[in-house]
Design a protein around this ligand. Sequence first.
Ligand code: URA
Length: 207
Amino acid sequence: MQVQIVDHPLAAARLTTMRDKTTDNAAFRAALSDLTQMLVYEALADAPTATVSIETPLTAFDGARLATPPLLVPVLRAGLGMVEQAHAMVPEAHVGFVGVARDETTAEPVPYLESLPDDLASLPVFVLDPMLATGGSMLHTIELLVARNATDITAVCVVAAPEGVAALERSGHPVRLVVAAVDERLDETAYIVPGLGDAGDRQFGPR
Ligand code: URA
């Protein structure tokens, strides 16, 4: 599996703001939005383009557009904070939704929403979820996508645990990971350490 770590001073600065426990909800959302812009930009660096013939004010010109804009799939709740900025980067993209809650006693994913096109063959898909912890929510989402014939899936995450990366690798699914940092480990409650806490609570307040 390809793991692309977005290692840039501006990405590191936004991630530091997100990690800081004194950052309030609004500043956390703003940093997540900025970081999403950088992650999506990097995730599309090698995307195929199609030629668009236009006229500049001076002459005819062959320009470019994305050949196949990806389907954006935020994983609710935490992925909601990434979708607006990702959509601003790729305004022509369509958007699907997956909802997965976390059972706080078992740390197991509890799916509650799935709103996706029926056929994803030949469509790249970007799954937006800030935290790749055990990999349970991401694997659930990837399985929904593969069941709809997706073969080109990118997990766009802010922080990953090595355990989550290993789970994606073991799955053998056609996925690559674009992420700002791979942290040390999961703690006994499946939170990422050093991490940034609960990415949903940090954006929207506690449930
Ligand atoms: N989900 C989060 O929001 N944070 C973690 O550290 C792990 C899972």
